[in-house]
Design a protein around this ligand. Sequence first.
Ligand code: UD1
Ligand code: MG
Length: 445
Amino acid sequence: MTTALILAAGMGTRMNSTLPKVLHPVGGKAMVHHVIDLALSMNMERVVVVASPYLDQEKVAAGRPIEIAIQAQPLGTGDAVRAGVDKLPHDDGDVLILSGDVPLIEFDTLAPLFNKRAECPNDPLVLAMRVDDPRQYGRLVTQDDRVNSIVEYKDASPEQRAITLCNAGVYLIPATVLRSLLPQLTAQNAAGELYLTDVIGLAKAQGLTPRYVETSHPETLNGINNRAELAQAEKTMQDRWRYRIMMSGVTLIDPVSVFFSHDTCIGKDTIIHPNVTFGAGVVIENGATIYPFCHLEKCVLKAGAKVGPFAHLRTGTIIGEEAVVGNFVEIKDTAIGKKAKVKHLSYLGNAQLGDRVNIGAGTITCNYDGFNKSPTHIGNDAFIGSNTSLVAPVHVNEGAIVAAGSVITDNVPEHSLGIARHHQTNKAGWAKKFRTTALELKSPK
Ligand code: UD1
Ligand code: MG
């Protein structure tokens, strides 16, 4: 019986931000949500997040089945765990302690901790990581697989700072041990905080045997404390997703210039050119092509669709099978049918396009009057000439043709021509006469 306790109540002062640290996104998802989702995926007895009273509880949970414990003041990680443990029923289960500022963590990172638990059922366990640049991590003072103490960087002697075996901030500790030791913590240390790490030294002093197990994935345990570390985590996360997406059968021509979101779904044999960014909620079916410099969010590309270069697909866009969207096209809340083409310089909003529709260059749906959005419907096989304004609400029905340069305010019936522009007048010889007069005026004899 294991409870996951996720510490997320720290001030995060090093972020220098009005947004609480654990809500800063990595790959489009708040750091703490990465950790919560991992805990939920492990079928824990319960998942408790320790939050500060200033954190918006709805934003922390965001619909996830978790419990929230409030730490009244950020007195340190030891006090945060105390707040979480107070919320648990009095049983003798294990507590898996995780930090909300370690978003790269995965199940494989934690597995050694659970394997070790099988060997030593009652000992406090610490997940350790060996790092070349240990920065401000707590250092583990060890003997074989036992941990005598964890020394925080600020309190460490030069010899202790030279230790590269560090505390990852992940622990598996029986609830009964936490209950008896947490009240004994003091803030007599360099930070003036109640350090959770001191529980280890206390446990050892009371005859328990705290042990560590080293992870082989230290890169997944980087704690984020400032914006530079946030950027590093984003890079690591993106590299992880790029690799996995390529292994699943997607071609990335220049992987480092493609940015994914935590929920991006891409089908096999899709080709993604350089400089493409995926916001949240994008689904791409098999065999699609995305050309350079596209931004996509909350949209679906059906099989074989082609998009870009320089396309902006916004919320609620569905691009049909083998449809083509070209350069400088912005689309929002619009579904485009099979084999339809919107190849140049268009804005489509709140529109439904049938199959094989052709949208000429510079076509705009005028869908917003400053108060309300209105729909545009374009039937199968309709052809919209270049530089057309479709003033919504309006229907261009199946097979209709709209003449270039039209401002369409009325419905166009099936298979008809809709033309809405002024008649052209040609004045014979006018241009020649104009030039002659203009030249004379410019350089009089
Ligand atoms: C902590 C560990 C350090 C370890 C490192 C790993 C302690 C004393 N130190 O240091 O040994 O190497 O993590 O990343 O534990 N928090 C609260 N309430 C508080 C203080 C913090 O909930 O009063 C939360 C924070 O929101 C954060 C987590 O605890 O998610 C860790 O706190 P942080 O201040 O980042 O600790 P570190 O200095 O990184
Ligand atoms: Mg930290």
